[in-house]
Design a protein around this ligand. Structure first.
Ligand code: TYM
Length: 326
């Protein structure tokens, strides 16, 4: 059985973008693949975090994964920092990654511009991500388009390590869905909907109330031409709403375009809001039942035991191949 794996970093609350770009794909694939889903809390540390908030968010992420449809009986769910071999392996891979490669990553370029005092961890971020993927020989990595470059770097690192030290890692592939791969900020559809973005009206969090969701969608930036057509270059706002409605309802974009061919933006937005409210409402009901249950700890203990065993084996193999053994 092929393996799929993905992670989300708890730098803010899970957004609709994370759900559509990553979690939903995992939910759909968990029956056919051996599935791993984790909270990338070490990645969150690459930018400043409030320890108390980070701590609270980690557990909320786990409950949200399950509420979104991840089945702990089919999928291994764990917290990245609980696997002690991950950072140790990351160091070994840092020594087989060039500074040039790491500093060419788009995310690094953007984030290092935002804060001139950026951490060393921000540079080595994609190497840690490569370990997340390679320690368990993942075959496919479902991600939004913004993370594709990092998965490609993981491939390059694995290929180089294998050719330098002998076969050690499986070569993974990114999986990016065709619909809704990059959900945009509702207020500024030129940028992605991001949990770290200071855009309270442009970002839908998975915890938003019905009223908040409706207000945000009704206030989404569109254009003045009043036709509902998928055209991301010229109509980024409307195309984003079409993407959201299509991925959450399972309907084709053309079908929605046709239904609203003679409608104004107001009616169309009401429809999109109703789709989001319904889907998030179902997820939130499940989340509220789970968040304080003991079940979460049991799931995380099992995830830790299983993934630590796999990572230990890979770590020992890497050390042996690299000659750092007694
Ligand atoms: P993160 O936390 O930024 O995002 C988690 C996942 O959600 C996708 N995503 C989006 N997809 C569509 N539209 C959006 N607006 C949007 N925003 C985010 C991202 O592409 C991603 O798939 N480095 C990763 C976490 C990570 C990881 C890994 C992922 C750490 N190790 C190993 C895969 C494999 C990150 O910061 O994702």
């Amino acid at each position: 059985m092929k393996r799929i794996l993905t992670g989300i970093k708890p730098t803010g609350e899970i957004t609709l973008g994370n759900y559509i770009g990553a979690i939903k794909q995992m939910v759909n694939m968990q029956d056919e693949y051996e599935t791993y889903l984790f909270v990338a809390d070490l990645h969150a540390l690459t930018v400043p975090q409030d320890p108390k908030e980070l701590h609270d968010r980690i557990k909320r992420f786990v409950a949200m994964y399950i509420a979104c449809g991840m089945d702990p009986n089919k999928c291994t769910i764990y917290i990245q920092s609980e696997n002690v071999y991950i950072p140790a392996m990351s160091y070994l891979l840092e020594c087989t990654t060039s500074y040039g490669e790491a500093s060419r990553m788009i995310q690094f370029k953007e984030k290092s511009k935002e804060n001139k005092n950026f951490s060393v961890g921000l540079l080595t971020y994609p190497v840690l991500m490569a370990v997340d993927i390679l320690y368990c020989d993942a075959d496919y990595v479902p991600v939004g388009i913004d993370q594709k470059q990092h998965v490609e770097l993981a491939r390059d690192i694995a290929i180089r390590f294998n050719s330098r030290y002998g076969d050690t890692f499986n070569i993974p592939e990114p999986l990016v869905t065709s619909v809704g791969t990059k959900i945009k900020d509702l207020k500024d559809p030129s940028k992605k909907m991001s949990k770290t973005e200071d855009s309270p009206t442009g970002v839908i969090s998975m915890y938003d109330t019905k009223e908040e969701i409706t207000k945000k969608i009704m206030g989404a930036t569109t254009d003045s031409d009043n036709t509902i057509k998928f055209d991301p270059d010229n109509k980024p706002g409307i195309s984003n709403l079409l993407n959201i409605a299509s991925s959450l309802s399972g309907r084709k974009i053309e079908e929605i375009e046709q239904e609203f061919a003679r409608s104004g933006y107001g009616d169309f937005k009401k429809y999109v809001a109703s789709v989001v409210v319904e889907k998030l409402g179902e997820i939130q009901d499940k989340y509220n039942k789970l968040i304080n249950s003991d079940e979460l700890n049991k799931i995380l203990d099992e995830g830790k035991t299983k993934t630590e065993k796999l990572a230990k084996e890979k770590y020992e193999l890497m050390k042996q191949r690299m000659g750092v053994i007694r």
